[in-house]
Design a protein around this ligand. Structure first.
Ligand SMILES: *Cc1c(COP(=O)(O)O)cnc(C)c1O
Length: 369
C-alpha cells in the first residue's frame, strides 16, 4: 500500500467511505427544497422570540456547565409525550440528546458493541448501519414485503434466529412512510427476549388517524424504546433535539456512554422554550397530513406507484432512470431525494405552493421521458 492509502491512519473499514448526507444546495440553486423531510413552516415570530429570550438568559451563565441531567427539559418532554399518544410517561423514562440520531448512536454504544448484533428490515433508515459500524456492532438486515410492510412470520423468526441486542424499527419508516401495527411491535418485543426493540417515531406526529403510537405499548414491554425528535413535525431541525421514552433502567444506563454535559445550556433553553409553544409549532401538522394525502392521490392518478404514507414524505416510482427524473426536477428548481429501492424517489411535503411547483415540474419531466 502506498502512503496515500494509509494516511490518515483510519480504521480499515472506514477507508474510502463518504460521509452520509443528502446534497445540501442553496436556495438559489434549488428554491423548492423537498429533500430532507423538514417542516416547511418555521416557528412563528412569538415562538422565535421566546426561544431567543430563553437563549439570551442562558447566555449570561455560559461560564457554567449545563444541567447534566436536563431535569426541566425531561419534565417538559414527558408532559409532551403524555399529550401525544403516551400515558404515564415520567421524567425518569425520558432521555434526550442532540437529535434522535445521537440517541440512536448512544443506544448502540450502550447496548450494541463487539459480539452483539443489531437488526432492521430493509428498506430502512440509512443511518442505522453506520451506527452499527461505528460501534462495531454486527449489522443484520431482514426484508420488507413489496408493499414495504413487515411479514410478521419472517420478522419474528429472524429476530429469534439472530438474537439481536437491538432491533431498529422506524415507524413510520423512512424512506417508505410505512407505519407498524401494534401487534407487530408486540410480537417483536416478545421475540427479542432481553434485546431492545427501538421504535423510531421521528415522524410519529404525522401518522394517520387510525395509526397508533408505540408509546401506548410502553407499559406492557419493558424492552421497548420509543424515540422521537423535534426535527420534523416540531419544526426544530436546526435546534438538534431528539429523545426517547423507555423503562427508567434503560434511560439510566445510557448515562454511562453519553459525553459529559452533552446537551448544551443553549440547546436545553431553546428546546424548553419551543416545547412551551408546542401547539403553535405543531399547528400545521394537520395541513401537512392533508397535503400528503393529496400528493399520494395525485401521483397515483398520474399512473405512478406510491407507497401508503404515515409520514411527511411520499415514496413514489418506479422509473427506469430515476436519476434523470431527479435531475429534471432539480433543473426546474425542485430538489427531492434520490433514495429508497432502485427506481423510487422520495418527496417531502412542503407548502401548497411548493407542492404545486413540484407537480408542475414532475408533469414536465414525465412528458419528456
Ligand atoms: C429524520 C429522522 C430522524 C431524526 O433525526 P434527528 O437527528 O432527530 O434530526 C430519526 N430517524 C429517522 C428515521 C429519520 O428519518
Amino acid at each position: 500500500m502506498t502512503a496515500a492509502e494509509t494516511w490518515p491512519p483510519l480504521r480499515e473499514e472506514l477507508r474510502g467511505l463518504e460521509p452520509y448526507g443528502a446534497p445540501q444546495l442553496s436556495l438559489e440553486q434549488a428554491p423548492v427544497q423537498l429533500n430532507v423531510n423538514e417542516n416547511p413552516y418555521g416557528p412563528s415570530e412569538a415562538c422565535a422570540a421566546a426561544i431567543a429570550r430563553a437563549v439570551g438568559e442562558a447566555a449570561s451563565s455560559l461560564n457554567r456547565y449545563p444541567d447534566r441531567e436536563f431535569v426541566a427539559l425531561r419534565g417538559a418532554l414527558a408532559a409532551y409525550l403524555n399529550a401525544s399518544g403516551g400515558s404515564d410517561v415520567t421524567p425518569d423514562m425520558v432521555w434526550a440528546a442532540n437529535g434522535s440520531n445521537e440517541v440512536m448512536l448512544q443506544l448502540l454504544q450502550a447496548f450494541g458493541g463487539p459480539g452483539r448484533r443489531a437488526l432492521s428490515f430493509a428498506p430502512t433508515y440509512s443511518m442505522y448501519p453506520e451506527y452499527a459500524r461505528d460501534t462495531i456492532t454486527e449489522w443484520v438486515v431482514g426484508h420488507r414485503e413489496h408493499d414495504f410492510t413487515l411479514d410478521l412470520d419472517h420478522a419474528r423468526s429472524l429476530v429469534e434466529e439472530v438474537g439481536p441486542s437491538v432491533v431498529l424499527l422506524p415507524s413510520p419508516n423512512n424512506p417508505t412512510g410505512t407505519a407498524l401495527p401494534h401487534d407487530a411491535i408486540g410480537v417483536l418485543c416478545e421475540a427479542a427476549g432481553d434485546g431492545l426493540v427501538v421504535v423510531d417515531e421521528a415522524y410519529g406526529e404525522f401518522r394517520r388517524t387510525d395509526t397508533p403510537s408505540a408509546l401506548e405499548l410502553l407499559p406492557s414491554h419493558r424492552n421497548l424504546v420509543v424515540t422521537r425528535t423535534m426535527s420534523k413535525a416540531f419544526a426544530l431541525a436546526g435546534g438538534r433535539l431528539g429523545y426517547l421514552a423507555a423503562d427508567p433502567a434503560i434511560a439510566d444506563a445510557i448515562r454511562v456512554v453519553r459525553l459529559p454535559y452533552h446537551l448544551s445550556a443553549v440547546t436545553q433553553a431553546a428546546a424548553l422554550a419551543a416545547l412551551g409553544h408546542a401547539d403553535e409549532l405543531l399547528a400545521r401538522v394537520d395541513d401537512l397530513r392533508a397535503e400528503r394525502d393529496a400528493t399520494v392521490d395525485w401521483l397515483r392518478a398520474r399512473g405512478l406507484t406510491v407507497a401508503d404514507s404515515d409520514a411527511n414524505f411520499v415514496l413514489f416510482g418506479t422509473f427506469a432512470d430515476r436519476h434523470a427524473v431527479w435531475q429534471g426536477l432539480l433543473d426546474r428548481g425542485v430538489l427531492i431525494r434520490e433514495t429508497g429501492p432502485a427506481g423510487w424517489l422520495r418527496v417531502s411535503i412542503g407548502t401548497p405552493v411548493e407542492m404545486g411547483q413540484f407537480r408542475t415540474a414532475l408533469t414536465e419531466v414525465m412528458e419528456e421521458l
